[in-house]
Design a binder for this molecule. Structure first.
Ligand code: BMA
Length: 321
């Protein structure tokens, strides 16, 4: 089904890259809500005749929380000034010290949300909604410490599947991507390593840690997943975006992953902000062969990049590790 209001810009004539930035970046500025210090690392899905999203807004006390937003065109957003309030879902234990870096996907009959949930340190929080009005919070997926929990948009072998990145309580100087399965969204197991960092001689931008980014997209070649990779420079961490293709039936198998990054901090709004040099993908929407990726820039704003799925797959295969 063609989406009339799919957010899209054609590749600029002078651009030779596999993906290109929106000319409207940043599409969401740091002060887009009454209380925000920054809005970034946020998730977007088609909803009704437009789009809905769950946004990470840090407030002016720099408290991290997630907020609902709506848009007709995927570019202009109305984001709530008050954080999402969750009702008990599959548990009464919905304690949360903070929430950040949400992802959203439709599975079966509802929208599922994952985020980094503060419960004695960061771990993966899970919630769901049918309408983006009432939200339910479930048991955390894992023990602390974990980040970057990203669900697959459909069950695999009858079970929910989630990528995640075990971590520590700080600015984790390590990290690989794992997959876990659940029959019921409550109990998670069969943890398998999917992808490790790359040797710095071969692909330095992803040599310190990697984390799943957008909800994987099912293509003819397997699951296309945008992820972030990090290098520790003499001046701090630098976050770039790569992509991988995981086996359709066993997504713990990486078929190809990029050696070359697809998008790295280069635009002024990626180079400067509360945390300089961060490109952090959290969502991707598609329409036919077109993909629009939403990414956080410099932990300050929300930006978009566009590409053609067949060209991205070709790029991953021809520039793979
Ligand atoms: C990670 C998370 C992300 C953030 C990134 C860069 O550990 O906190 O939310 O974008 O660091 O600061």
């Amino acid at each position: 089904m063609a989406i009339n209001n799919f957010p899209w810009e054609n590749r600029p004539d002078n651009c030779k890259d596999v993906m290109w930035r929106s000319s409207q970046n940043p599409i969401i500025g740091r002060y887009a809500t009454a209380i925000s210090n920054s809005i970034f690392n946020s998730a977007v899905v088609p909803f009704g005749d437009g789009y809905a999203g769950v946004f990470r807004c840090d407030d002016k006390a720099v408290r991290m929380n997630i907020f609902v937003g709506f848009s007709h065109d995927g570019i202009n957003w109305a984001i709530s000034d008050t954080p999402i309030k969750f009702e008990p879902g599959n548990t009464d234990m919905i304690h949360s010290d903070y929430k950040y870096d949400p992802r959203v996907t439709w599975i079966d009959d509802r929208y599922w949300i994952t985020w980094c949930n503060g419960y004695n340190g960061p771990t993966i929080g899970i919630g769901y909604t049918f309408d983006f009005k009432t939200f339910y919070q479930c048991e955390n997926a894992f023990l602390p410490f974990n980040r970057n929990g990203v669900l697959f948009p459909k069950k695999i072998d009858g079970r929910f599947a989630m990528l995640s990145r075990p971590s520590d309580n700080g600015h984790t100087p390590f990290g690989d991507i794992f997959i876990s399965y659940s029959p019921d969204m409550k109990y998670w197991g069969e943890h398998r390593c999917v992808m490790k960092v790359a040797p710095f001689e071969e692909s330095a931008w992803q040599c310190l840690k990697i984390g799943a980014g957008s909800i994987p997209i099912l293509t003819d070649e397997g699951w296309l997943m945008f992820y972030h990779g990090v290098i520790a420079t003499c001046n701090g961490y630098r976050y770039s975006m790569g992509a991988a293709i995981l086996d359709r039936d066993d997504p713990s198998k990486v078929l190809w992953r990029t050696r070359d990054y697809i998008l790295a901090p280069a635009a002024p709004y990626e180079l400067a902000g509360d945390v300089p040099n961060v490109v952090f993908p959290c969502a991707a929407i598609t329409e036919g062969n077109r993909v629009a990726v939403y990414y956080g820039a410099a932990d300050t704003t929300v930006c978009m990049a566009f590409g053609h799925i067949d060209e991205i797959i070709q790029f991953i295969k021809t520039h793979s590790l």
